[in-house]
Write a protein that binds this ligand. Sequence first.
Ligand SMILES: Nc1nc2c(ncn2[C@@H]2O[C@H](COP(=O)(O)OP(=O)(O)O)[C@@H](O)[C@H]2O)c(=O)[nH]1
Ligand SMILES: [Mg+2]
Ligand SMILES: [Zn+2]
Length: 292
Amino acid sequence: MKKREGMIVKGVGGFYYVLIDGRIEECRAKGRFRKDGIVPMVGDKVKVDSERNLIEEILPRKNKLIRPPVANIDYLGIVIAPKNPVPDYMLIDKLIIYACTQNIEPIIIINKIDLADETLIEEIIDAYRGTNWAIFPVSCKDNRGIESLAHAFSDGIITLAGQSGVGKSSLLNTLYPSLDLEVGAISEKLKRGRHTTRYVELLSLPHGGMIVDTPGFSSISIDRIDLHTIKECYPDFEEYKYGCRFGLKCLHKSEPDCCVKDSVKKGLISRDRYDRYVRILEEVKESGVEYR
Ligand SMILES: Nc1nc2c(ncn2[C@@H]2O[C@H](COP(=O)(O)OP(=O)(O)O)[C@@H](O)[C@H]2O)c(=O)[nH]1
Ligand SMILES: [Mg+2]
Ligand SMILES: [Zn+2]
């Protein structure tokens, strides 16, 4: 029996559309899955019996998101606008933490650069420079930066997240013009109601890479994350953490002789990023989850 490997790009009414060798094949899942409680997801890498168009096996998942319901996401495009709306930095930092804990690489996308002057954009870049993650200033209005952004995830699957109004739908339309999503003031809720028959789909882009055809979360709760895990999501602290008196046990919060705190004082780590880090630790602690 001939088995080939592919990826589910869409699932509708019991049919799965599997991308195999550059072609999309309509498949069903083998009956056994239902008995075992296995539900194939968009993004799943699968083995297909191509004579019977049957999904025989789902390969281990790297991660599994709920909103949007997609597996094996490689990149989270965190969309920010310099203004209209002003950045919600707490949300941005929480999205970053969420991405890291799911084994997803954050890509910071500053959209609407046509609306702001250099200094405002530099301010946002500065806050995240120390993380070494890719930061892309773009504009859906004049297409600046779009090409380089598209290249950044040409080896994987990306999904977009960020505040309402930052331009997630516009960005999707810019990257994949035939998608033609509604843009503007219509609330996400209203939209969802109207598009009850729409299913999440992975779109293949001309530069390579795939994008989830609907924006993901615009809010996030990270209550259930261990405080030390949160700490690990700050590559901007990385270089300094070995200098703390309590070594790797240091949360960089109220411990004495903390090299991370000293580095904030010296201006080597963004003060705002650090202050928000402490607020996030407090919030998570208040939610009642104890740390080790
Ligand atoms: N000036 C400017 N406006 C933009 C840009 N991208 C999106 N917009 C506008 O911002 C508003 C919100 O965009 P939308 O894509 O619906 O944001 P979403 O809520 O994140 O999906 C719309 O009025 C868009 O036309 C951009 O690059 N520049
Ligand atoms: Mg939208
Ligand atoms: Zn420390």
